[in-house]
Design a binder for this molecule. Structure first.
Ligand SMILES: Cc1cc2nc3c(=O)[nH]c(=O)nc-3n(C[C@H](O)[C@H](O)[C@H](O)COP(=O)(O)OP(=O)(O)OC[C@H]3O[C@@H](n4cnc5c(N)ncnc54)[C@H](O)[C@@H]3O)c2cc1C
Length: 471
């Protein structure tokens, strides 16, 4: 590797390699310094598409497993190195913003550009990508596209799949492919979707072009309402969305989840949060529709300033991640999440079923200090549910995943699939939801597995991610 990239671009330090063997799925063992899995052979930092191509050519010729990474905020094991002598290919040094075009409303950036940096540059010019995941300070464009990420303003702007115009990626063997930037085309299937959501298991994304919007926060209108039950909160969101309105933020929190965000004012009730955004006329029309909707429903109003303040402090940078690690070590406790999606008609059933199964079946239910959910991304046909759970850990660090996290995750995934929903709304399959990937896709799994065999015939791209290891 040093011959291909130079000494400064190859890392083989023990600590760095150990940390590169896991992602946040194993955060509890990692904070205790436990790294049981195969440790990668090296981390390499390519500086160009040509260098990525050289690395992928070498990997295929020598049957070396490649784990692509950028911002390292993955939560589902996508960065875990599960086969011996893997090569972690880190795109974070490919961090140039290549162009900002305020006429055609597109920006092009390399895979290692942090979304926060791109947003800062754009907002100074009165523009925005509209993409705002909570991990925005850390996540980079390559990973954001590879995981099919979604942001907090998705109801207006869409997920990353709605924002990517074109991209460049390198496939196994070093094949460079560029999908051009056009407003729309009917030239066969939409090949962007071979790459978006591929989680490093098909290719390495080197460059991304995203849409731009005007940044006009002066028009934002913030709303908060307390409602008595989760089902009526979901129903309010459904009514608003299916009537054709697109608030940028559209959320309902169960009381358990609301307590950790809105302790000062939630009063033990469900909290609905809405933001109207966009050109003034549109934002005002959306705000009027929100007022009309709640005028006809029992509710208690929350001061909009409290909602605005909460939003402005929602994102996670390295400081919050470090504080979380310290808390885990000091108190032997952990908070985790599982996000799924479902049609409107089954959203409340899913919430009830998960709550009741976890409380009734989970052997360590007594250790749960919080179990709740919110809906944070809505569509014409349905919504997502983001389950959150905190627990005190009464076992050794090594046992934590098996005793707590996996059984809780399994109940949520099983219930989503049973009710006809998807087992994963936006964090990706990683390595830990692969047991359900065939059930998720049914007869369409044929399409997915054929892509893997066609583009990665030697199986050198992020083994065990999306596709179970044994397949
Ligand atoms: C505190 C916190 C909040 C979060 N909030 C959100 C949220 O609001 N919305 C959301 O969607 N997600 C969220 N996530 C999950 C995570 O931030 C996203 O999945 C993000 O898109 C990952 O980007 P990254 O640059 O950190 O990628 P990484 O963690 O480096 O990698 C993620 C996956 O993508 C692959 N990958 C990375 N770079 C490339 C590349 N160049 N080419 C091909 N494959 C690549 C990796 O192999 C891995 O499978 C959150 C995570 C944390 C820790």
């Amino acid at each position: 590797m040093t011959e291909l990239l130079g000494h400064d671009s190859v890392e083989t330090g023990d600590e760095q390699l150990k940390e590169a063997s896991v992602d946040r799925f194993k955060k509890y063992t990692a904070v205790h310094g436990i790294y049981d899995g195969p440790i990668p052979a090296a981390i390499v930092y390519p500086a160009s598409t040509a260098q990525v191509a050289a690395v992928l050519r070498f990997a295929e010729q020598n049957l070396v497993n490649v784990v692509p990474r950028t911002g390292r905020t993955a939560t589902e094991g996508g960065l875990e190195t599960v086969v011996e002598d893997s090569l972690v290919v880190d795109g974070s040094r490919m961090n140039a913003i290549l162009s900002v075009d305020p006429v055609d409303m597109m920006a092009t950036a390399q895979c290692g550009v942090r979304l926060q940096h791109l947003e800062d540059v754009l907002r100074a010019q009165g523009l925005t990508t509209g993409h705002s995941p909570q991990s925005k300070p850390l996540a980079q464009l390559g990973g954001l596209v590879a995981t099919r990420s979604i942001g907090q303003f998705s109801t207006l702007y869409g997920g990353i799949e709605d924002l990517v115009v074109g991209l460049e990626a390198v496939f196994p063997g070093g094949q460079v492919t560029r999908i051009k930037n056009v407003p729309r085309r009917a030239a066969g299937p939409d090949i962007r979707h071979v790459v978006i959501g591929s989680e490093g298991a098909l290719c390495f994304i080197t460059e991304v072009t995203v849409k731009l919007f005007r940044y006009q926060p002066q028009n934002n209108r913030y709303f908060g309402f307390l409602v008595d039950d989760f089902a009526s909160g979901i129903d309010a969101l459904r009514e608003l969305i299916t009537a054709g309105y697109r608030p940028s933020v559209c959320r309902v929190y169960s009381p358990q989840d609301a307590r950790q965000h809105f302790a000062d004012f939630y009063q033990g009730r469900n909290v609905v949060v809405l933001v109207a955004e966009g050109p003034k006329g549109l934002a005002d029309a959306t705000a009027d529709a929100i007022e009309d909707l709640f005028a006809a429903r029992p509710h208690q109003r929350v001061d909009s300033k409290r909602i605005q303040d909460w939003f402005e402090n929602l994102n996670w940078g390295q400081d919050k991640i470090d504080a979380e690690k310290a808390d885990m070590l000091e108190h032997s406790r952990l908070g985790y999440t599982t996000e799924v999606s479902v049609d409107w008609s089954r959203a409340s059933d899913l919430f009830d079923a998960v709550m009741s199964r976890i409380r009734g079946e989970f052997p360590r239910a007594a250790d749960l200090t919080m179990l709740g959910a919110h809906s944070s991304h809505s569509y014409q046909t349905g919504t997502n549910l983001y389950f959150v759970y905190d627990y005190t850990i009464n076992c050794s660090p090594r046992e934590e995943i098996e005793v707590y996290h996996k059984p809780l995750n399994a109940i949520i995934v099983e219930e989503a699939l049973r009710l006809g929903g998807s087992m994963v709304h936006h964090h990706g399959i990683g390595k830990y939801r692969t047991p359900w990937v065939r059930q998720e896709h049914g007869s369409a799994y044929y399409l997915l597995s054929t892509l893997k065999h066609a583009f990665d015939p030697q199986g050198v791209m992020n083994a065990g991610t999306i596709f179970p290891l044994q397949s």
